[in-house]
Design a binder for this molecule. Structure first.
Ligand SMILES: NC(=O)C1=CN([C@@H]2O[C@H](COP(=O)(O)OP(=O)(O)OC[C@H]3O[C@@H](n4cnc5c(N)ncnc54)[C@H](OP(=O)(O)O)[C@@H]3O)[C@@H](O)[C@H]2O)[C@@H](O)CC1
Ligand SMILES: [K+]
Length: 476
């Protein structure tokens, strides 16, 4: 599991550790890791032209000490000081005694233009609001230069705790972060500014529950349901799909396609697209009448392509088994019924649907995805999967939010969400909890999207078709 902690948590851990260590020791650990990462990125350190962008805080201090280390290895290092009177004193002394020079911000243009590598030490976790004008001007100089950009702790201009980007921010090729990931390094839009992230261990002891976590291959493999020798179809889980309409039969077919690849023992379908479903998947059990009369089901998926059939949604929500609500179902579900359910509920909105549920603009959801997903989970007492290029999953009762690391732009294709809802529903029916079902589903779905596309457009059917291979890869 990859984990991220909030600024407040990092600060507390730093204070505790600093109390035990000699003055400056923590910054030396950070600077050593930073210098080593820069050295790895440069073809050679000796003779390389390195420019440090140095703000007035300790983030600038890290850059100065790391720059001093590179200067001692023969790099030509120049520090651009944003606030010469408030620059980290020890860092500046170390830089000068290593033979490097410092210039004020007015002198930045020619040195940045010739740089091989720019180290961004403008601000780290102490940054507040968008970058100030001087810093923003430096960022545009960096953008125009062809230099490699390494962000110190996080790219300046991104919000560490939320992943928001308020105005200009540094676009880094790599970010060297200290102690733990910061939430912004795992969430878009900030994530897209960070480049490849390298974590430097500085010895912090952090609380076991992070603010954010990302499943890795091995975590997913451990969570995948596996049939035992005594499993019959009921023990493996029966998933019910209440989806599709005369206008949108395809949504039903795609949700069923996802469900069949999700490890359930059987899939029941209820709705007007039974002929289309059976024509594609003869193994599905189809039922006329309301979902509640369909027989034993361990988890339901309701909503994809369901049109205005509020009665089908209400019937599903009244059943005391896990229910995943997607698409039209999110619009049709009665919020008080959602809140009153005792069995797990999973909601899977995209940003527009999330905005409608919260009564805010789509833009505010897009720019503050982490707070939006947490608010939805709290307001509807449900696990919420917020779709996007980094899909987020928030637990109903608060706690770490899971961020999906396998997203792919290829998944932004019609019907791909229907496949995801069926897949997550099947995982719920196989006994996974809401957060595990949603995050494992998103992980597999992302990998399947990449595999199906592998560089060319893929359809939602292709994504569903790639799921078995992805499942085998993860398990293998
Ligand atoms: N603590 C530790 O043990 C360790 C900490 N470490 C390092 O310290 C970093 C945190 O350092 P920090 O707390 O000094 O804050 P930092 O990120 O440098 O920024 C504050 C300065 O920036 C300024 N500023 C603020 N907003 C701004 C904006 N929008 N645009 C422009 N400027 C802005 C603000 O100015 P002011 O508001 O005071 O005028 C203030 O002077 C952390 O990320 C890690 O790199 C590592 O060495 C490991 C050990
Ligand atoms: K920075």
């Amino acid at each position: 599991m990859r984990t991220a902690h909030s600024v407040e948590t990092v600060r507390a851990a730093e204070r505790a550790l600093m109390a035990e260590l000699p003055e400056g020791a923590l910054m030396q650990r950070a600077a050593a890791g930073l210098a080593a990462a820069c050295a790895d990125l440069l073809p050679r350190v000796y003779g390389a032209r390195v420019v440090l962008l140095v703000g007035s805080g300790d983030n600038g201090g890290d850059a100065l000490y790391a720059g001093a280390r590179l200067a001692r290895r023969g790099a030509g290092v120049t520090a651009v000081l944003l606030a010469p009177e408030r620059t980290h004193e020890g860092g500046l002394r170390a830089l000068r005694s290593a033979g490097a020079q410092a210039v004020p911000v007015d002198g930045a243009a020619p040195v940045v233009a010739r740089a091989d590598l720019v180290m961004d030490g403008i601000v780290g976790i102490g940054g507040k609001g968008g970058l100030r004008p001087d810093a923003a001007r430096l960022v545009s100089l960096v953008r125009e230069s062809g230099a490699l950009v390494v962000a110190v702790d996080l790219p300046s201009g991104v919000e560490a705790d939320t992943g928001e980007v308020l105005g200009d921010a540094v676009r880094a090729d790599a970010t060297v972060t200290f102690g733990t990931y910061k939430p912004g390094l795992l969430i878009d839009p900030a994530l897209t500014y960070a480049g490849a992230v390298r974590l430097v261990d500085i010895g912090l002891s952090l609380p076991p529950a992070p603010d954010l976590e990302a499943l890795q291959y091995a975590d997913v493999a451990a969570l995948l349901p596996e049939p035992g020798a005594s499993s019959d179809k009921y023990r493996r889980g029966v998933v019910g799909i209440a989806a599709g309409s005369a206008t949108y039969p395809g949504a039903a077919v795609l949700a069923v396609a996802g469900a069949l690849r999700g490890g359930a023992g059987a899939v029941r379908y209820v709705g007007p697209a039974a002929d289309e479903v059976l024509a594609r998947f003869p193994e599905v059990l189809v039922h006329a009448g309301p979902p509640s009369a369909a027989g034993r089901v361990q988890a339901w998926v309701v909503g994809p392509g369901i049109g205005d059939d509020a009665a089908r949604v209400a019937d599903v929500l009244a059943q005391d088994v896990p229910v995943l609500v997607d698409a039209d179902g999110l619009r049709l579900a009665d919020p008080s019924v959602l809140r009153g359910r005792t069995a797990p509920t999973v909601l899977t909105p995209h940003a527009g649907e999330a905005a409608a549920l919260l009564g805010v603009s789509r833009e505010s959801v897009e720019s503050g995805r982490l707070s939006a997903v947490r608010r939805l989970a709290a307001e509807f007492s449900a696990t919420v999967l917020l779709k996007g290029s980094t899909t987020l999953v928030a637990p109903a009762g608060g706690g770490p939010v899971r961020v999906n690391p396998t997203g792919s732009a290829w998944l932004a294709t019609a019907g791909s969400g229907d496949v995801l809802s069926g897949l997550c529903g099947a995982l719920l029916s196989a006994g996974l909890g809401g957060v595990d079902a949603a995050s494992v589903g998103a992980y597999l779905h992302g990998l399947a999207g990449r595999r199906a596309a592998s560089g060319a457009p893929a359809s939602a059917s292709d994504v569903a078709g790639a799921l078995p291979a992805v499942w085998r890869d993860v398990r293998g």
